[in-house]
Design a protein. Structure first.
Length: 100
């Protein structure tokens, strides 16, 4: 008989961000006519935020990337960040959008 006290340290779980692809290509000839939208099909355990390498031409929100009409040829990067919480570590992933 007796009492045992012990302490457990529960570490935050790592998380990953997944998308259907790590890079996407948009045709420049289509951008001349109108803006194009690409769906990233993003999955993560926590809330996500999106940051564009050039907001003037490429924006992202809620798993969709919009390449604006008239965007010049080049490669643009979207950084997706999963927020850290009390249960999960933060994470980030870069997705490239090529305009060719």
């Amino acid at each position: 008989k007796g009492t045992l006290k012990t302490t457990f340290k529960i570490n935050k779980r790592g998380q990953s961000i997944s998308t259907s692809k790590s890079s996407y290509t948009v045709k420049h000839s289509e951008i001349k006519k109108k803006a194009q939208t690409v769906s990233l099909d993003v999955k993560a355990a926590t809330e996500l935020s999106y940051e564009s390498s050039n907001k003037k031409y490429v924006t992202a929100s809620k798993g969709k990337v919009t390449v604006k009409k008239g965007t010049p040829k080049g490669t643009y990067t979207i950084t997706i960040t999963a927020k850290a919480t009390k249960n999960y570590k933060g994470a980030s992933k870069k997705v490239k959008i090529a305009v060719k």
